[in-house]
Design a protein around this ligand. Structure first.
Ligand code: ADE
Ligand code: ZN
Length: 340
C-alpha cells in the first residue's frame, strides 16, 4: 500500500476546524440565493477569484463578510452537515470544531439558532455517519471584550451542546490575557479551554507564555513558535499540552507550511496533531494536510499513526469514543503494517 493510500484510509481525528471556514463556494452561493443576500459574486469562479490572501489579516478580510449568507438555524445545520459528510468520507471518526457566534449575533442572528443549528448537525453526524463531534465556541479576539462576555454568558446555558471555549481571529493587540476572566469563568463551569497562538504573529512568544502560564490552557491551536523559547517548550512537554497544527493553512498565512518544525516537535514527543483549519479557503481537508506534511517532512506510517494517537489523547472525546478509536487504530496498524 502506498503512503497516500495509507493516509487516506487511516482513521482520523480533527481538532482544529472552523465551521465557517468550511463554507465552500457552491454552498455559499446556494445560501446567498436562499436568503436573498448579495455577496457580489454569482459563480464559483467569481467567488474563488476573491480568495487572495497572504497573511492572517488578508484571509480574515475575505472570511468574515462571507458569513452574511448564514441566517437561519437550518443554514448552520446545513453548513456543519456538509463538513461532517466530507470528514466522514476521509475517515474522520471524531471532530472538535470551532464556531464564531459573535460575528453572527452582531448581524442580528439569534445565539441559539447558531448553537442549535450546529448541534442539530452534531446529532445527525453521530446518527447517520457514526462520527462523534464537539462544538468549541471561539472568542473573536479583535471584537470588543463586551461582545465576548455576552456570548460566554449565553454559552453557559448550553453546557450540553458546547464542549469548550477557544480564541481566534487577529492577534495584533489582542493577547490571551485580555480574556483571562472569561476562560476562568468557562473552566469553572466545566468547559475545556484552547487558544490560537497563530504562526509568526507579533508578540507570539508572549502570547504562548500567557496561554501556558497565566491561563493554563488544555491545548494550543497552531503554537509551533514555542520552539523559540526553551523554557516554554519544556513546560509544554512536561504538561503534555497538545498543539493543533495546520500545515496547508500555514502556507497561506505565512510564507511556508512549517513542516520541518511540526515534524521535529512530533519526533521530540510533543503532542502534535495535524488538522485543516479553514479547508474551503485553503483547499485542503485533513487528508490533504497529512499528505502535505508527509511529503514535506518525509513522515513514515508509524508517525502518521502517532499523530492520530496524539489527537485522540488530547481530544475532549468521551472515554468510550477514545477507547473505540484506539482499538480501530490498533487494528489498522496491525492490518497494514504487521509488526516484524
Ligand atoms: N479564524 C478562522 N481561521 C482562523 C485562523 N487560521 N487563525 C485565526 N483565526 C481564525
Ligand atoms: Zn484556526
Amino acid at each position: 500500500m502506498d503512503l497516500d493510500a495509507f493516509t487516506a484510509a487511516l482513521p482520523k481525528v480533527e481538532l482544529h476546524l472552523h465551521l465557517e471556514g468550511t463554507l465552500e463556494p457552491e454552498l455559499k452561493l446556494e445560501l446567498a440565493r436562499r436568503n436573498g443576500v448579495d455577496i457580489g459574486q454569482s459563480t464559483v469562479e467569481e467567488v474563488r477569484a476573491t480568495y487572495v490572501f497572504d497573511s492572517l489579516a488578508s484571509f480574515l478580510a475575505v472570511y468574515y463578510p462571507a458569513m452574511d449568507v448564514l441566517v437561519t438555524r437550518a443554514d448552520f445545520r446545513d453548513l456543519a452537515m456538509a463538513y461532517f459528510r466530507k470528514a466522514a468520507a476521509q475517515n474522520v471518526r471524531h471532530a472538535e470544531v470551532f464556531f464564531d457566534p459573535q460575528v453572527h449575533v452582531a448581524r442580528g442572528v439569534a445565539f441559539e439558532d447558531v448553537v442549535l443549528g450546529y448541534h442539530d448537525a452534531v446529532e445527525e453526524a453521530q446518527r447517520e455517519l457514526g462520527l462523534s463531534a464537539g462544538l468549541i465556541l471561539c472568542i473573536v479576539r479583535d471584537l470588543p471584550v463586551e461582545s465576548a462576555e455576552d456570548v460566554v454568558e449565553r454559552m453557559l446555558e448550553f453546557r450540553e451542546q458546547v464542549v469548550g471555549i477557544g480564541l481566534d481571529s487577529d492577534e495584533r493587540g489582542n493577547p490571551p490575557a485580555k480574556f483571562a476572566h472569561l476562560f476562568a469563568r468557562a473552566r469553572e463551569a466545566g468547559f475545556k479551554v484552547t487558544v490560537h497562538c497563530d504562526i509568526d504573529q507579533e508578540d507570539t512568544v508572549e502570547h504562548l507564555r500567557q496561554a501556558l502560564e497565566d491561563i493554563a490552557v488544555d491545548r494550543i491551536d497552531h503554537g509551533t513558535n514555542v520552539v523559540e523559547d526553551p523554557r516554554l517548550l519544556a513546560l509544554l512537554q512536561e504538561r503534555g499540552t497538545g498543539l493543533t497544527c495546520c500545515p496547508v493553512s500555514n502556507s497561506f498565512v505565512t510564507d511556508d507550511s512549517k513542516a520541518p518544525v511540526i515534524a521535529d516537535l512530533l519526533r521530540r514527543g510533543v503532542k502534535v496533531t495535524v488538522n485543516s483549519d479553514d479547508p474551503a479557503y485553503f483547499g485542503g481537508y485533513v487528508t490533504e494536510n497529512l499528505v502535505a506534511l508527509t511529503r514535506a517532512a518525509s513522515l513514515g506510517p508509524d508517525e502518521l499513526i502517532q499523530l492520530q494517537r496524539n489527537a485522540i489523547d488530547i481530544s475532549w472525546a468521551s472515554d468510550d469514543v477514545k477507547e473505540g478509536f484506539l482499538a480501530e487504530l490498533d487494528a489498522y496498524e496491525a492490518l497494514v503494517a504487521p509488526p516484524l
